[in-house]
Design a protein around this ligand. Structure first.
Ligand SMILES: Nc1ncnc2c1ncn2[C@@H]1O[C@H](COP(=O)(O)OP(=O)(O)OP(=O)(O)O)[C@@H](O)[C@H]1O
Ligand SMILES: [Mg+2]
Length: 293
């Protein structure tokens, strides 16, 4: 696995740079501005805080909504920004990760943190709502957790799946495929992994209450693990037969329930195993050995 691919991979997870969620294009506000103009800027752009910089853009302080309230209470809107700005100010350096941004915001209970480059120039602001929007999208697309254990050379992705969530059906396996694509895996292997992941995801959505889809990757193989809490499979050998299905009519009307999912997983895997306990849940384990490139 090459380093470039690993770096790309990191970017699409919670360990990506704050750059991904920060708001850019915030006008440069200097201490000589009148508070009245800052108030207008905040109102029009619906910002609950703006960073204050010198003429070269270096971070000096911040005017937040609470600073503005004090100014308004004082009926002092003609005053210069320098009179009301909070300083020194907490900030983030560009290469910080989303997790670090969350931690800082939570620690200081700040809803916004300016982001500066290595010359201390402001290049954007992370607002709580810009962070939330990103996290919500990540949740919606199933892209939730990534764990790495570099010592073993394993990269692992886990995607959460909700039973009966047909709106997001297929998202987890799609995200998994996209992530693996970055690792320059042979397209033929990727196709097999994609089929395995999709069929396993659909079975969780159709039959289980909730579950997860995980890919563990090293240079030799990709292990796909689909685990769920649900009714379990009473007779696994029967379920593995082509054409066997218990899908109800409304599922068949959606185009599922041909009884081909598990056989398809088996066909595409080098190692395949199903463990299921009735009333507890099901675990599907499949391995695809990677073609050497
Ligand atoms: N995660 C699961 N939990 C409970 N039962 C399952 C699960 N996965 C499969 N089954 C059972 O095994 C049967 C066969 O599954 P399989 O994926 O092969 O076919 P299908 O889901 O019925 O149809 P298709 O996958 O072709 O749309 C299912 O009908 C269901 O009864
Ligand atoms: Mg199926």
């Amino acid at each position: 696995m090459d380093l470039e691919a690993t770096n790309k991979l990191e970017q699409e997870t919670l360990s990506c740079s704050v750059e991904k969620v920060m708001v850019r294009n915030i006008p440069q506000v200097t201490p000589y501005w009148q508070m009245r103009h800052v108030k207008e800027l905040m109102r029009i752009r619906r910002l609950d805080g703006v960073p204050i910089t010198d003429d070269e853009g270096h971070l000096l302080g911040i005017i937040s909504i609470s600073d503005l309230i004090i100014c308004i209470e004082n009926k002092d809107l003609e005053a210069p920004v320098s009179k009301y700005m909070t300083t020194p100010v907490k900030y983030l350096i560009l290469n910080k990760t989303l997790i670090e941004a969350l931690r800082e915001m939570n620690r200081f209970k700040f809803g916004r943190l300016p982001v500066v480059d290595d010359k201390f120039k402001v290049i954007g602001v992370v607002y709580w709502w810009s962070l939330f929007a990103f996290l919500q999208e990540a949740l919606d697309t199933g892209m939730v957790v990534k764990k790495t254990t570099p010592s073993e050379g394993v990269i692992s992705y886990t995607y959460q799946i909700l039973g009966k969530d047909f709106v997001h059906a297929g998202n987890a396996s799609l995200q998994m495929r996209k992530s693996l694509q970055q690792l320059s895996i042979d397209p033929k292997d990727l196709r097999r992994i994609g089929i395995i992941a999709y069929e396993a995801e659909m079975n969780i959505i159709i039959y289980a209450d909730r579950g997860s889809l995980q890919a563990k990757v090293n240079s030799e193989k990709v292990e796909v693990i689909a685990e769920d809490k649900g009714p379990g499979i009473p007779d696994v050998n029967l379920a593995l037969q082509e054409g066997f299905t218990t899908a109800p009519d409304y599922i068949r009307e959606m185009g599922f329930g041909a009884g081909m999912g598990l056989p398809n997983i088996k066909r595409n895997a080098d190692i395949f195993q199903v463990d299921s306990r009735v009333g507890v849940g099901t675990k599907v384990y499949a391995v695809v050995n990677l073609t050497r490139r």
